[in-house]
Ligand binder design. Structure first.
Ligand code: KIV
Ligand code: ZN
Length: 517
């Protein structure tokens, strides 16, 4: 029997990016989009073109870049939104628009101040308008899971008549319970006129930890598209996690016997790592599928069982998600060719990366560490991509600390070609160093989040620092990696300053956190 495809609609670049601290600049979004194409997702929601110039530009760049997936931009039911979306996806091989309006009484009354009829009129007008320009129109009823069922069926019938080809049922607040959400899909398919001619889609949030369960219930009841994000990032508790839903469908083929996805599962782990490196949001160690412990067997009885026969405790093979146990690849004798070949093998897109600088960093790292791992290579490429263009360059740093003295930092930086030096004391070495850099930048900055993690194991491992900085109400995320974590911290801070400079220079606000729909 030919299996039916459940389309994977990835909204990492839109709903995922809306979560605080997950902001990405244009180059970073383009990198993620390239990876999503390797993952072979069916649809990429590249952004909300009308929300800012930066968002428009990143949707446009993604549309230009990818060949296979449909590229969508989100729009409210407003003419301006739809026009901007259509312009942004113009170059896509398969362009589309995703139109949404809230349908629950609570949203209609308190947010939109609209009657149900006005809501239908707005939705139908928007779909008909967009349909004049593009074939692929998805319609979403925001807060569908808390919307009156009959009204939901009525508005869906109307937008299908107006030309929508995919109907999305969002559980916007993460309120749904699997059996109810499944029953809603069944009801809608039985009731909505024209429902047999469209793709039904589920879009779940994880407020009660049920996003994946609700998505699977929707699939069991006829949904043939799931909207999700890498690592489950997204508003509040996040969206449906792409890797969890894909691997549940694959691992439980016995239950989902007539279902398949197009996802190249071996690209799951690289995608997870890339996103975490870009956003600085680390993957929880116990996260299903991609967490560090997902395939680690600690208990003696478990280890014994796995050694005797893997399937005693392993329901998935690490290789299936691209987790290569042999990650040691390069060392100090590896040349440029080996370095580039490994990047190609890993599927890392290094267009836009200063490869001369990246190779110099690789050699310096290989000199310090005996073993350079794949994660190190990803970090190097990220560093040399995220740093363009550079207004601020870290030239020199001297930080001292002892149990008897106040930590002190001296930092020298090049700012627009001019060398500047500052000294500062702080509560700790990182604090002192951040204060000195902030003085050089003459900026009033607030450090909202700081995290450090070791990229690989061992005391000579690279430390990866991620910092979220706030200036005038906008936050950007900076990353830096180095074998010395104070140096990594200074690099992360410098990276964030360059992102602010990029925003000031190019008006690229895509890397700035702002409220979404
Ligand atoms: O959660 C939601 O309702 C959304 C819509 C805009 C699809 O993200
Ligand atoms: Zn959402």
């Amino acid at each position: 029997m030919e299996r039916e495809v459940v389309k994977i609609f990835d909204t990492t670049l839109r709903d995922g990016e809306q979560s605080p601290g997950a902001t990405m600049n244009i180059e970073e979004k383009v990198m993620v989009a390239g990876q999503l194409e390797k993952l072979n997702v069916d649809v990429i929601e590249a952004g909300f073109a009308a929300s800012s110039e930066g968002d428009f530009e990143s949707v446009r760049r993604v549309a230009e870049l990818v060949s296979t997936p449909i590229v969508l931009s989100l729009s409210r039911t407003k003419e301006d939104d739809i026009r901007r979306s259509i312009q942004a996806v113009e170059q896509a091989k398969q362009p589309g628009v995703h139109i949404f309006i809230a349908t629950s009484d609570i949203h209609l009354k308190h947010k939109l101040m609209m009657s149900r009829q006005e809501c239908i009129d707005a939705a139908v007008w928007a779909v008909e308008y967009a349909k004049k320009y593009l074939d692929y129109i998805e319609f979403s009823a925001e807060d569908a899971s808390r919307t009156d069922r009959d009204f939901l069926a009525q508005i869906f019938g109307e937008v299908i008549r107006a030309g929508a080809v995919t109907i999305n049922v969002p559980d916007t607040t993460g309120y749904a319970i699997p059996h109810q959400f499944g029953a809603l899909f069944q009801y809608l398919q039985e009731t909505v006129p024209g429902g047999g001619d469209v793709t039904w889609s589920a879009h779940c949030h994880n407020d009660l930890g049920l996003a994946v369960a609700n998505s699977l219930a929707a699939i069991e009841n006829g949904a043939r598209q799931v909207e999700c994000t890498i690592n489950g990032i997204g508003e509040r508790a996040g969206n449906t996690s792409m890797e969890e839903v894909v691997m549940a469908l694959r691992t439980r083929e016995d239950v989902f016997a007539n279902i398949k996805t197009h996802v190249v599962t071996e690209q799951i782990y690289p995608s997870s790592q890339l996103l975490s490196q870009i956003t600085g949001i680390s993957v929880p160690i116990n996260k299903p599928v991609v967490g560090d412990n997902a395939f680690a067997h600690e208990a003696g009885i478990h280890q014994d069982g796995v050694l005797k026969y893997k399937l005693t405790y392993e329901i998935m093979q690490p290789q299936t998600i691209g987790l290569d146990s042999n990650r040691l690849v390069l060392g100090k004798h590896s040349g440029r060719h080996a370095f580039i070949e490994r990047l190609k093998f890993l599927g890392i897109d290094y267009t836009g990366t200063d490869m001369n600088k990246a190779f110099v960093r690789f050699k310096a790292l290989a000199d310090k560490k005996k073993s350079v791992y794949d994660e190190d290579l990803i970090a190097i490429v990220m560093e040399e991509t995220a740093r363009i263009p550079e207004k601020y360059e870290l030239l020199y740093m001297n930080v001292t600390s002892s149990s008897m003295a106040v930590p002190h930092a001296t930092v020298k930086m090049k700012v627009n070609g001019e060398e500047l030096m500052e000294n500062a004391s702080g509560d700790g070495m990182v604090d002192a160093c951040y204060k000195a850099i902030a003085q050089i930048a003459e900026m009033d900055l607030k450090l909202e989040r700081y995290s450090v993690k070791s990229i690989t194991g061992g005391t000579d491992a690279q430390g990866e620092v991620s910092c979220l900085l706030r200036k005038n109400g906008a936050s950007v995320n900076g990353q830096g990696s180095h074998t010395d974590i104070i140096m990594a911290s200074a690099l992360a801070f410098t990276n964030a300053l360059n992102k602010f400079a990029q925003i000031d220079r190019y008006g690229d606000r895509s890397g700035v956190h702002r409220e979404g729909p």
